[in-house]
Design a protein around this ligand. Structure first.
Ligand code: B16
Ligand code: MG
Length: 215
């Protein structure tokens, strides 16, 4: 029986995954590294520094810690510019209605985003009141696929992990949810996230009716 729902942010509630991709692609191209949507899949849900390491590995580049910090800051500057131009209407259709239905049915809601910008995005969208608990990239030591973020969310919600359901758009996120002992709804194309327990194109397609039918 599900007592709490834990939402990832980028790519699940809002299309900011697109802005992360645009900023990483801009950086990769500056470094002369080919970077398409396919390569980007490996970065989803992963921390900023780990994402940069993956890109540098793709280009067989080795940089100093200082140089890496500068590049990570540059990418973040671009990402912040993109999200500051974002409209509140860019939230995926039906997301607010889904969260309202979850609350009306007495279930709790948490946000579990690897992003250090999660607070800014949530405020821009005006959805902060839906969450009982918000965990972001500033509050964790280990990035997804480590289960830390979801276990911390469950602990703060005071709900056992086995009674939590996660919505995720990243391979690393599905893996993290399973490692935390939680079921997971995968958001994406049919050929993606094959290990997720349920799969839909957009979060609201897995409705409160489906959540309540999980035993
Ligand atoms: P930042 P999520 C993740 O957010 C993104 O999927 C990932 O692409 C990004 O690198 C990560 O946040 C860190 O973001 O650079 O803003 O701290 O999907 O877990 O909500
Ligand atoms: Mg995501």
């Amino acid at each position: 029986m599900i007592q709490a729902v834990i939402f990832d942010l980028d790519g699940v509630l809002v299309d900011t995954a697109r802005y992360h991709f645009m900023a990483w692609q801009r950086l990769a191209h500056e470094l002369g590294i080919e970077f398409t949507e396919k390569e980007n899949e490996q970065l989803k849900g992963v921390s900023r520094m780990r994402s940069l390491e993956i890109i540098l590995e793709m280009g067989n580049l080795q940089l100093s810690f200082d140089e890496m910090n500068k590049l990570a800051e540059k990418k973040n500057k671009w990402f912040v510019q993109y999200i500051n131009r974002m409209q509140a209407s860019e939230i995926f259709p039906g997301v607010k209605e889904l969260m309202a239905a979850i609350r009306q049915n007495g279930l709790k809601i948490a946000l579990a985003s690897s992003s250090k910008n999660a607070d800014t995005v949530v405020t821009l969208l005006g959805i902060q009141d839906f969450f009982d608990v918000m965990i972001d990239g500033t509050m964790i030591t280990h990035t997804k696929p480590d289960p830390e973020i979801f276990l911390l969310a469950a602990q703060r919600l005071n709900v056992h992990p086995s009674h939590c359901l996660v919505y995720e758009d990243a391979e690393a996120g599905v893996e993290a949810a399973h490692a935390a002992g939680m079921k997971c709804v995968g958001i994406g194309l049919p050929e993606q996230l094959r290990t997720a327990d349920y799969r839909v194109a957009l979060a609201p397609e897995f409705s409160i009716k489906e959540i309540k039918s999980i035993v």
